[in-house]
Design a protein around this ligand. Structure first.
Ligand SMILES: Cc1cc2nc3c(=O)[nH]c(=O)nc-3n(C[C@H](O)[C@H](O)[C@H](O)COP(=O)(O)O)c2cc1C
Length: 482
């Protein structure tokens, strides 16, 4: 097709990932529940690898499913072009300040339209449209159906200024494979676009890429600031514009190297029951709801296409590590940008799906500083959605280490004065505590686990070996740590 693979080509990513030992190939695993179960075993390993499933029963060899593409620091570091072999700590360091930089640079790496791309190797329309011809995983036991889109990037466009948006919104197979539903929560950028198209033209163009370089999943699944196209943001991350092709039916931009994609239209009153689905909270808490169903005009795919799966569920799940890392980097930048002094680290814990539990470490500068940090972290737009617990700790505590954080809670926090509750905050429909039909408020708890400011001078010293002694014993007896 005349296009040299770009850095966004998934197949080149697979080659690099296999070379670094971070890819495992599995054959004969069934798309119904087995791919999901195998992936879950993998997420809970010390160092999860990306899993590439081939010879999926009922499908020709070569039609593959990829999962766990972002589930370790090694995969994240390489996927974001930050370096090979990055440990957890290295990755966090490498990400410092990056989200703000990518936001600023997005305009310099605007997506580039190309005439043609591998995605157009096969074009299906009319009676040939059937998603069940591709492996469509049923991820969890009680899911309402098969999902061809989890690690997907759903494309919509602002009807007024033409700026495209990518969102990871799950896609369930409907009508025996003839159509799909796209589950976009109200408030998400894609939903706002559709609503405005409906008001203007009575229908909205929609498209989705179902297999692509994992960096496109990162940007589609992360709250990139309003008005910035995730394509351009991805371009800034890898310092190369994303090559895109215009969908022949809707004109929406699709990654030229996408593995599998579709385009079509949605109408305000064309819906189908969707779900239940194992949600990121770890429960089937969303139930079954009516969701927009796509009138699919065309499917496009490469030969031997790869579907990128990223199922949520009880954490750790497919993208909980990615969510934690990205949320934490963005929250750190956002909190510093408020002008709050002394922030030394923010971590959005995987146990809370990267949203519900936030630890903020800071160098206390004045009385009330730690409480201010807690309130800001709990309600800043970058972190407010579905937060439940904010814990502030002093800068000698590693906010990423729950053991250390809870040690600070148990020794520096007096519950009678150091716990505040904020009510009627921004919750979620998928909160297992929210009853169906109820408004999805939640409350959140701030735990101030910093030493009391007025006691910084006389608070008991921490009882542990000092850095010098540790350096000496580590040098002399390296076997201690091997
Ligand atoms: C793998 C994955 C699946 C997701 N599924 C959904 C979903 O089904 N519906 C939804 O509204 N958000 C879902 N999200 C969260 C959104 O993708 C995320 O909030 C993103 O920022 C939305 O894009 P937007 O900010 O452009 O609206 C998912 C995220 C990931 C990473």
């Amino acid at each position: 097709m005349g296009l040299e693979p770009s850095v966004f080509d998934l197949r080149s990513w697979l080659e690099r990932t296999e070379a670094s030992g971070d890819l495992l190939r599995l054959e004969g695993v069934d798309a119904s529940l087995e791919i999901g179960a195998a992936s879950q075993v993998n997420y809970r390993r010390n160092r999860p690898r990306a899993l590439l499933f081939d010879d999926i029963p009922g499908h020709p060899t070569g039609m593959r499913v990829l999962t766990s593409s972002l589930s370790s620091s090694y995969l994240m570091g390489a996927g974001l072009g930050l370096g090979e072999g990055l440990s957890d700590r290295d990755l966090v360091e490498a990400l410092r300040g990056k989200p703000a930089q990518w936001t600023a640079q997005a305009k310099d790496f605007a997506a580039v339209f190309v005439e043609d791309g591998p995605i157009f190797e096969h074009r299906l329309s009319g009676d040939d449209i059937n998603f069940t011809n591709f492996p469509c995983p049923v991820w969890h036991e009680a899911d309402g159906g098969a999902y061809i889109g989890t690690g997907c990037a759903v494309v919509t466009v602002d009807p007024d200024n033409g700026v495209p948006n990518l969102g990871a919104y799950r896609i369930q197979v409907q009508d025996a494979g003839r159509s799909v539903t796209v589950n976009i929560e109200a408030g998400k950028h894609g939903f706002q676009h559709l609503k405005r198209w409906f008001a203007k033209e009575g229908r909205a163009p929609i498209a989705a890429s179902l297999g692509h370089h994992p960096v496109l999943l990162v940007v589609a699944g992360t709250e990139v600031p309003t008005g910035i196209s995730e394509y351009d943001y991805a371009g800034a991350i890898l310092a190369t514009p994303v090559p895109v092709v215009a969908g022949p039916v809707t004109g929406l931009p699709l990654p030229a190297e996408s593995e599998l994609a579709f385009e079509g239209w949605v109408y305000p009153n064309r819906t189908r029951p969707e779900g239940p689905f194992g949600e990121w909270t770890g429960y089937y808490s969303g139930g079954t709801t009516e969701v927009l169903c796509v009138d699919v005009a065309a499917i496009y795919h490469r030969s031997d296409p790869i579907n990128l799966g990223a199922p949520p569920g009880k954490p750790p799940h497919d993208y909980s590590y990615m969510r934690s890392v990205m949320k934490s980097a963005m929250a750190t930048d956002a909190l510093i940008a408020t002008g709050l002094a002394g922030v030394s680290g923010v971590w959005c814990h995987e146990a809370g799906g990267g949203r519900s539990i936030i630890a903020v470490a800071l160098e206390q500068r004045y009385a009330g500083h730690s409480r201010q940090a807690g309130y800001l972290a709990a309600q800043h737009p970058a972190t407010a959605y579905m937060n439940r617990l904010v814990i502030t700790v002093d800068s000698d505590v590693d906010p990423r280490d729950l053991h250390e954080v809870m040690w600070a809670v148990s020794t520096r926090c007096d519950p009678a004065i150091d716990v505040d509750i904020m009510r009627r905050s921004w919750g979620s429909r998928v909160d297992p505590l929210v009853r169906p039909g109820e408004a999805s408020y939640n409350s959140r708890m701030l735990i101030d686990a910093c030493r009391p400011f007025e006691r910084l001078g006389d608070f008991p010293a921490v009882a542990e070996a000092n850095t010098e002694s540790l350096d000496v014993v580590r040098r002399r007896w390296p076997e201690l740590e091997s």
